[in-house]
Design a protein. Sequence first.
Length: 367
Amino acid sequence: MLNLGLFMMPLHPADKDVNVSYEEDRQLVILADKLHFTEAWMGEHYSSTAEPVTSPLIFNASLISETTNIKFGTGVISLPQQHPAVVAGQVSLLDHLSKGRVILGVGAGGLVSDWELFDNMDGRARAITMIESIEAILKFWSDEKDYNYKGEFLDISLNKNVVSELGIGKFVKPFQTPHPEIAVSLKNPNSMTAKLAGEKGWIPISGNFVDANDIATHWPTYQEAANKVGKKPSYRKWRVGRSVLITSSDSEAKEILDNPKGVFSHYFLYLNTVSKLASGTLGKDINLNKELPEAITKAKNLIIVGNKKTVTEKLIQFIDQVGPFGTLLLTGHDVGNSKKLWEDSFSEMSNSIQPILCKYIEQKFKI
């Protein structure tokens, strides 16, 4: 069985009315729920008008009453930017309000302007703080009588002002027992994060902007680390992201990919720029026109687009390359003036292509 999910950073034109963007994103989640997608993931960014959702928890809360079964994933909450008690408390609240429809996706943060804003420029400190924050959150959700957590970067205690009979000094536990599943995103080949996730039993998510050759290393790395600590994970735990668009013809698909002002060109122009800013490989005098050809090339290499037959064949080739996984996370891009095209594409994926892929995985991998 292969489930479908939705993943949104989200990414929109920088000068687009955010009210329009928010409602378009909400409608995509509502559509995904109607199409029986199992989960929808929403990102968190504070200092970018192009990625305007500052709280996936608030965004997801707005959809509880308008959806039925879909689970809400945070993709991801950047833990070094927030106090663990705030995250623990807000996740618990959303978990109760949604009656257990929460998956806690966490990370160290990927937007360089957010790093600067929150004074998190040190990569090692971000990584360690993320791990310590998860440990602190899980401790908040435990049943210990008092609270003490000390790490390299976090030092949290609450034991002097506790009156258990009145609830003072106690934390609200999540609706799910013992807590929502924890997920992390994977990017690099033979990822250290994949090893950590395997050891901890967390959900691994391979990004939609990652090359298939690198993705192919993620599950073996995860599985090996899990096996070493006595865990036997099912491939169904693995989520893999991809940008997929079904068009009326392959020629229409080519026009969309070749368009320097198109949704996919803009998507990778933005991602490439963020990545180069983070690595320090982009100078102060940024010429986006010079960066555009590389973005278009990357889009052509990573986007799965074409008519129904072409998309089906490309997805099968992708599965052959990376191996079986449990959930295909379809990227929610800016729909712009192509709302019907995107809605039809998601519907076609659910109604026609998903059953084909399920059958193929079952027969190919004997599972």
